[in-house]
Design a protein around this ligand. Structure first.
Ligand code: ATP
Ligand code: FE
Length: 335
């Protein structure tokens, strides 16, 4: 089975070709235009997708050394995401499937961040069911109990900001360019995480809250700057390390509770923030510390990519979950 997968939910235009559960090509075009605005501008994202989609799909097919006629199906991201961005990918996928007379498969982007663990990669083991997934990304923060490929339940989620937003907004407060998450991580690796203490939010059960942390960081920085205008520049590594440490602690505390409540101790992380060095280390350390079995995705399958859409497409292809061209994109989508 050869699947062409298309991902265009936010600001990255991505295409991948899979042969069964193996990735033959995985191409991503990042849209650099948003950096100057300090965040994704939806209208500009849609336009950039329109410019990028043909060359990106072409590159994915060429790298995989596959012709269009060999494809078994086309998978695309149905949602959640920005409507204008989603429409570019879905319209292209529909037209191409119609022209080639092959099945069309729709994929939930958040399922894909989780099921990316089922891509066949040397040195990476696949989880077995049931397992818990911590999905940490730019728009979501969820703990999901995954019973099977298409049987999963959200057992905890953020009540306000997503963890990726917490990273990006903290970075913005510190004057780092957008998207700041990876830069906070870079500085954090050079700093001492115990330098500054930020209080962790008290949220009942398995839910999260990150908006308070952002405010705490803002007040902290404003206060310190009164005494020393160069405070941020002089302490950037320690500030970032302390912020990252706090965020990782919040995530790990909830995971520990989720393991206790469900009795499931296989944990997989996914989404853009699973690229973060702090959470990757904390999850791996939990194997020794708590006896969990943990799964950390290959770096290129953390932030948005089409390979993860392709693996869900492959699973849906096997169970013949196809769509007609009447399928609609959804900015918000039933999990
Ligand atoms: P969603 O998947 O919820 O729809 P999205 O697709 O926009 O949102 P992803 O691409 O999955 O989000 O993740 C992007 C987020 O990951 C951004 O907030 C970015 O700052 C964050 N991120 C990426 N790398 C790191 C890192 N090393 N440390 C911290 N955050 C990171
Ligand atoms: Fe994503």
């Amino acid at each position: 089975v050869f699947i062409l997968a298309i991902e265009s939910s936010c600001d990255d235009t991505a295409a991948a070709v899979l042969h069964n559960d193996k990735v033959l090509s995985n191409v991503v075009a990042n849209q650099l235009i948003h950096a100057q605005y300090g965040g994704v501008v939806p209208e500009l994202a849609s336009r950039a997708h329109q410019q990028n989609i043909v060359p990106v799909i072409d590159a994915a097919l060429r790298k995989a050394n596959i012709s269009k006629e060999q494809l078994s199906a086309i998978a695309f991201t149905q949602g959640p995401g920005l409507m204008g961005s989603l429409l570019v990918g879905s319209s292209f996928a529909k037209s191409m499937a119609l022209a080639l007379e092959i099945p069309l498969v729709s994929v939930n982007h958040m399922h894909a961040h989780i099921l990316a663990h089922f891509i066949d990669e040397e040195g990476f083991e696949k989880p077995s069911f049931p397992f818990l997934a911590l999905t940490i990304s730019g728009g979501h923060t969820q703990i999901v109990q995954v019973n099977d490929f298409f049987d999963m339940t959200i057992i905890g989620e953020t009540t306000d900001d997503a963890v990726g937003e917490a990273f990006d907004k903290s970075a913005k407060i510190l004057g780092l360019p957008y998207p700041g998450g990876p830069l906070v991580d870079k500085h954090a690796q050079l700093g001492n995480p115990k330098t500054f203490a930020f209080t962790k939010p008290k949220v009942p059960g398995l839910n999260f809250s990150f908006s308070g942390l952002k405010t705490a960081i803002l007040y902290f920085v404003q206060k310190k700057k009164l005494d020393n205008p160069d405070f941020i520049a002089e302490n950037i590594n320690d500030i970032c390390a302390s912020i990252q440490y706090t965020i990782v602690e919040i995530l790990m505390d909830k995971l520990k509770l989720a393991v206790k409540e469900t009795g499931i101790n296989q944990i997989a992380i996914g989404g853009g923030v699973s690229a973060n060095s702090g959470i990757r280390k904390a999850i791996k350390d939990a194997e020794q510390k708590y006896g969990w079995k943990t799964f950390v995705p290959k770096f290129e399958y953390t932030t948005d990519n089409a390979a993860m859409i392709g693996i869900v497409g492959y699973q849906k292809f096997l169970s013949k979950q196809f769509e007609t061209a009447a399928v609609v994109s959804k900015a918000r989508i039933q999990f």
